[in-house]
Design a protein around this ligand. Structure first.
Ligand SMILES: [Zn+2]
Length: 87
């Protein structure tokens, strides 16, 4: 599992919660710079949103990243339905 997968997993686990690069880095055991590079990549996906907001963890108003609940839910439901049909 690479860092991008771990970061995405963390965000999806805490979906609709916002985390700044510092807190994301701390949560994943990497630097804020590494975290920023990773989430900038993840934010190309519609399921991951990057915006100026309040970090859930440190309450700083800064650039944060979050997993969009509807997008992750829709993806999950779609794959579950597909599995259900083939089973
Ligand atoms: Zn923070």
């Amino acid at each position: 599992m690479d860092l991008a997968d771990r970061a995405r997993g963390f965000l999806i686990l805490h979906e609709s919660a916002d985390f700044c690069d510092d807190c994301l880095g701390k949560a994943l055991g990497i630097t804020a710079e590494q975290a920023r590079t990773i989430v900038e990549g993840l934010a190309k996906s519609p399921a991951i949103l990057r915006d100026r907001w309040t970090c859930k963890s440190c309450r700083q108003h800064t650039m944060v990243t979050r997993a969009v609940p509807n997008a992750t839910f829709a993806l999950g439901r779609r794959s579950r339905n597909r599995l259900g049909r083939t089973a």
